[in-house]
Write a protein that binds this ligand. Structure first.
Ligand code: HEC
Length: 184
């Protein structure tokens, strides 16, 4: 009987431990993650629209320096922010670790016909940090640089600047990747 109780106690403790590990992140961290990711998306979109007025190649050149600089400027006090994808243009944006897990979630949602608009991913990481991500979906405006049918000058600029580019061949509605934030 004592033995049985002991087994029950150990099992209970094990279950508690497991529960702690899947505990959702603190709500205020998720709000903060949403803010940072929202700012990254909004600023990038604004810059893109502005630069596209000068043609896709000029916009592409601007994007190469602007995108990393924006992510950098939004990162502060231990907060990290960026974009990740399975088919990177900038090799530094290859999905890995929890961003790959988040992409798997969004891919599953898409394959089940669920709407990615407004979707998000939030989780507490084993080190206690909070992970937050939102999907990035291809729209018409993206096709000049990520579509299947690129202008020759865009193809040339990409070959010169991103020799290992994998980020073309997309159609409107495709999941391109995600915007992510990691908070202390
Ligand atoms: C004017 C060309 C251009 C347009 C239009 C454009 N992009 Fe990009 N995109 C780029 C460039 C250049 C990079 C690489 C930036 C870098 O070096 O970090 C990039 C990178 C990305 C990344 C980061 C992952 C990676 O492959 O490096 C995502 C995600 C992305 N673009 C999504 C989009 C979406 C969604 C749209 C439409 C709303 C869009 N892009 C429109 C040129 C463009």
């Amino acid at each position: 009987m004592t033995r049985l109780l002991l087994v029950a106690a150990v099992l209970l403790a094990a279950c508690r431990g497991k529960q702690e590990r899947v505990e959702p992140p603190a709500a205020e961290k998720v709000v903060r993650g949403k803010e940072v990711v929202g700012a990254l998306k909004k600023n990038l979109k604004g810059a893109l629209e502005q630069e596209l007025a000068n043609g896709p190649v000029a916009a592409l050149v601007a994007c190469q320096s602007l995108a990393p600089a924006l992510a950098q400027s939004l990162s502060s006090e231990g907060v990290l922010v960026g974009r990740a994808t399975r088919k990177p243009r900038n090799p530094g944006n290859a999905a890995a670790g929890w961003t790959a897990d988040a992409l798997t979630r969004f891919e599953k949602m898409k394959s089940e016909g669920k709407d990615l608009l407004g979707a998000s991913y939030a989780r507490r990481l084993p080190d206690g940090r909070t992970a937050y991500a939102e999907p990035l979906v291809i729209q018409d405006v993206c096709l000049a640089c990520h579509g299947a049918d690129l202008a020759p000058e865009v193809t040339a600029a990409l070959a010169e600047r991103y020799p290992s580019d994998q980020a073309t061949g997309y159609a409107a509605g495709d999941l391109r990747g995600l915007a992510w934030a990691e908070l202390p």
